[in-house]
Design a protein around this ligand. Structure first.
Ligand SMILES: NC(=O)c1ccc[n+]([C@@H]2O[C@H](COP(=O)([O-])OP(=O)(O)OC[C@H]3O[C@@H](n4cnc5c(N)ncnc54)[C@H](O)[C@@H]3O)[C@@H](O)[C@H]2O)c1
Length: 295
């Protein structure tokens, strides 16, 4: 399997490292406008493969021909949040970067599954769909697996339970109105679920405040997990952003070689909870249409 990552910055390099060290791909390509950065990180990653005696190859540079014949392309090109910025503040600048990137993906890797990571996640995943011309099952966004991991972290902190002892999911939009699924949490939090969920929802902002930029190890790991599920036609339900009509939002899905295999239909109560976050995504998409970024 060949997996390419566009953007060799914090999230892109972390995703490539997780993909490599979990043995998900035989070939990895890392592309960045700063070709030497991508080349250097590809050499560094190749040497980390040598540490573990792994045979996967890693190439890097600024030439999109490197991504030819990729099965999966992960898009991380774009600016991250700085302190005080919302994900929405990144909309127009990152939309231009993602659009240009996806035009090249459609040219050089026309049969791949695209996983968008660049924020604001949901509106830009919709932009990926419209720009690529791909079937909607081959366009995904990564956010829900990260948000769900943050919920697991908070539950583990609260209860002392190990990660392997329970499951938890967050779906919906990658903004303040994401939806933690209490019915899916296999731990009794005794009435404290909402407070714990709120900690998870603001988990990204807490890291931005401490670090001055957004998180990258967990986002990279979450993108790698989606790649692994695609490769293995996994039976696991993952929280991923998918195209829903004329919008995009996080749902529990099963992934496989062609991308989305199955979407779990939200309950009526969940649908009502999803509306607020997705109305923000709809506003962002409308703005991209009015700005001419989406034709
Ligand atoms: N979906 C999520 O859950 C999630 C989580 C964390 C970060 N993010 C987002 O991921 C994106 C990347 O974050 P980061 O921390 O890696 O940023 P970063 O600045 O470390 O890396 C971004 C990289 O993109 C490159 N780039 C910019 N324009 C490009 C282009 N046209 N072609 C190729 N490469 C290009 C830059 O040179 C840089 O190396 C941001 O938009 C951030 O908000 C999303």
């Amino acid at each position: 399997m060949k997996i390419s990552v566009i953007g060799a910055g914090n999230v892109g390099a972390s995703a490539a490292s997780a993909i490599l060290l979990r043995g998900i791909a035989d070939d990895i390509a890392l592309v960045d406008i700063f070709g030497d950065v991508a080349r250097a990180k590809a050499i560094d990653l190749s040497q980390s493969a040598a540490v573990f005696g792994l045979d996967a190859s890693v190439a890097g540079g600024d030439d999109f021909e490197l991504i030819a014949d990729s099965d999966i392309v992960v898009v991380t090109a774009g600016s991250p949040r700085k302190e005080g910025q919302t994900r929405e503040d990144l909309l127009l600048k990152n939309a231009g970067i993602v659009k240009g990137t996806v035009e090249k993906i459609a040219k050089f890797a026309p049969n791949c599954v695209i996983i968008n990571v660049t924020n604001p996640l949901d509106a830009l995943t919709y932009l990926v769909y419209k720009t690529s011309g791909f079937d909607k099952n081959r366009v995904l966004g990564m956010a829900g697996e990260l948000d769900s991991a943050r919920l697991k972290y908070e539950i583990s902190q609260k209860t002392g339970l190990k990660n392997s002892a329970f499951s938890a999911h967050i779906i919906g939009s990658h903004n303040d109105d994401m939806v933690a699924l209490q019915s899916n949490v296999s731990v009794d939090l005794g009435g404290e679920f909402d407070a714990v969920a709120q900690e998870a929802k603001t988990g990204g902002a807490k890291i931005v405040k401490l670090l001055g930029t957004s998180a990258y190890y967990a986002p990279g790991a979450a993108a790698a997990k989606m790649c692994e599920a695609i490769k293995t036609d996994s039976e696991q339900w993952l929280s991923c952003c998918v195209i829903e009509g004329e919008c995009a939002g996080g749902r529990l899905v099963r992934l496989g070689k062609n991308g989305v295999r199955e979407i779990r239909e939200p309950s009526a109560e969940e649908k009502a909870a999803l509306e607020k976050g997705e109305s923000q995504t709809a506003v962002n998409i409308k703005f991209l249409k009015e700005s001419g970024v989406i034709a």
